[in-house]
Design a protein around this ligand. Structure first.
Ligand SMILES: Cc1cc2nc3c(=O)[nH]c(=O)nc-3n(C[C@H](O)[C@H](O)[C@H](O)COP(=O)(O)OP(=O)(O)OC[C@H]3O[C@@H](n4cnc5c(N)ncnc54)[C@H](O)[C@@H]3O)c2cc1C
Length: 443
């Protein structure tokens, strides 16, 4: 039996493993193995909601082991370190426990077909001090770290204000500068924009959960973008409407502002301006882990994406595919396929069909990216963006309809993983949870 190994169980990899498990694994035509460094999958576009506590990552996370059991594939926890293309195996680093003890030793997993789907992470462009002082939103752990720091800041602010009011101990200075909780976000893409809005939603909820002194007015969010407008991937009129909505909420939007350094207390711009912040998030640009440079001669570009052909096979090895953010493919118009959830979903579909075609000695299909549009959710306040209606036409939508279209991308992902019935049940449980649980995760 042939071995199909998929490394990375994200938006693309998990859908692919599910499809191949249901098609080839179930009929015992292939041994499908999914490798991921984590034990659970959480859809990445939800991370800004995890960061503000609006979403409890435990509720929406999918256990790889349970999912593998239900969909006829195997799961191996581990981080890929190397590929040997001559002997056709991937090498995984040892899995260590919380105390650093080795739980599972380094292993070699043989493959006949290999798919790399390890996604991407934020690109700090080697900016001084960013890695040490800013939080990235690339994984659930990082999002949770942000949430804990945010809650600590709000608690500090809330309690400190209380001390001032009862006039206790004059020497106690307000711990949070300017009488506001200052949060600075670098990167005016969807992540930065959505997180900015979500923070105001969180502040509103916190005031009703015992952080009594917190009002939206106590929150100072600065969104910093190096380009001349936020959301450069969207039409100009949408990005200016979004900027207006953010400013109405109270966000300070600074475009044309390049950050050259981050310190413990502030971000420093190219012009030397210091933007003070208690919490700093870096969400500008993407790059792929440099591990791809160890992939036995596979071609990579300057941000370590693997070069692929239209069939999604890597340019130098037909038995290795790459999909999602870690794949680099130019479209007919000369632009690369964008690093987005919908591109990862579409690539997973074509890659799955192509691997099945290889089993059936059928010709492979070319991948063509279809941009369904771009939507931005400004938390509960509004959503807006455009959806593609024809080859050259698109429709701008806003409000409830846009929110529905925005959520549908995640529902589609869930449907590919769990099927219609189970997705329906998950939606129902989500609704019920709204009555049972607080609207914000508070720990
Ligand atoms: C906060 C945020 C909001 C976003 N919002 C949107 C949005 O609204 N719409 C949209 O279209 N896109 C959005 N995106 C982008 C979208 O999430 C990505 O394009 C998509 O997740 C890419 O899918 P992928 O399968 O390539 O990688 P991922 O979904 O990132 O999955 C990669 C997987 O590989 C695993 N992995 C990584 N390295 C290794 C290794 N060395 N060994 C083993 N496993 C490894 C990871 O654990 C992960 O499970 C957002 C991204 C972020 C961060």
């Amino acid at each position: 039996m042939k071995n199909i190994v998929i490394v990375g169980g994200g938006a693309g990899g998990l859908e692919l493993a599910t499809y191949l498990g249901n098609n080839l694994g179930k009929k015992q035509r292939a041994n499908v193995v999914l490798v991921d460094r984590n034990q659970t999958h959480l859809w990445k576009p939800l991370l800004h909601e995890v960061a503000t506590g609006v979403l409890d990552s435990e509720t929406d996370a999918v256990s790889y082991r349970a999912h593998a059991h239900n969909h006829y594939f195997n799961f191996e926890q581990g981080s890929i370190t190397r590929i040997d293309r001559t002997n056709k195996y991937v090498e995984l680093a040892p899995v260590t426990g919380q105390e650093g003890d080795v739980l599972v030793v380094a292993r070699r997993i043989p493959y006949d077909y290999l798919v790399i789907a390890i996604g991407s992470k934020s690109n700090d462009f080697n900016t001084k001090g960013v890695a040490e002082n800013c939080i990235f939103l690339d994984s659930p752990n990082q999002a949770l770290r942000f949430q804990h720091k945010m809650l600590e800041l709000f608690l500090k602010f809330s309690e400190n204000n209380a001390l001032e009011e009862i006039g206790e101990d004059d020497s106690k200075q307000r711990l949070v500068q300017d009488g506001k909780v200052n949060i600075a976000i670098v990167g005016g893409g969807a992540t930065g924009v959505e997180l900015s809005a979500e923070l105001f939603n969180a502040a509103q909820h916190l005031s009703s959960y015992g952080y009594g002194k917190i009002q939206s007015g106590h929150l100072q969010v600065t969104l910093i973008e190096a380009g001349d407008r936020i959301l450069p991937a969207l039409p100009e009129r949408i990005s200016s409407s979004v900027q207006q909505e953010l400013e109405n909420l109270g966000v300070t939007v600074k475009t044309g502002t390049m950050i050259t350094e981050a310190t413990e207390k502030c971000l420093i711009t190219k012009e030397g301006e210091e933007i003070n912040a208690d919490l700093m998030v870096w969400a500008a640009g993407i790059r792929v882990s440099a591990i791809t440079q160890q992939f036995d001669g596979l071609e990579v570009n300057r941000i370590n994406q693997l070069n692929v052909k239209n069939t999604l096979q890597t340019t130098v090895d037909d038995s290795i595919f790459a999909i999602g953010d870690c794949a680099f493919l130019l479209q007919k118009d000369g632009k690369p396929v964008p690093p987005r959830g919908q591109a990862a979903n579409q690539m997973a579909t074509i890659c799955g069909q192509n691997i099945v075609a290889l089993f059936n000695n059928k010709p492979l299909k070319d991948f063509h990216y279809f941009d369904k549009g771009s939507l931005v959710s400004l938390s509960k306040f509004t959503a807006l963006g455009n959806i593609t209606t024809g080859k050259r036409s698109s429709l701008t939508i806003e409000g409830r309809l846009a929110r529905l279209a925005y959520i549908s991308l995640y529902r589609l992902h869930q449907q590919k993983l769990h099927g219609c019935f189970k997705t329906g049940l998950i939606i129902l449980i989500g609704r019920l949870n709204r009555f049972i649980r607080p609207s914000l995760k508070l720990h």
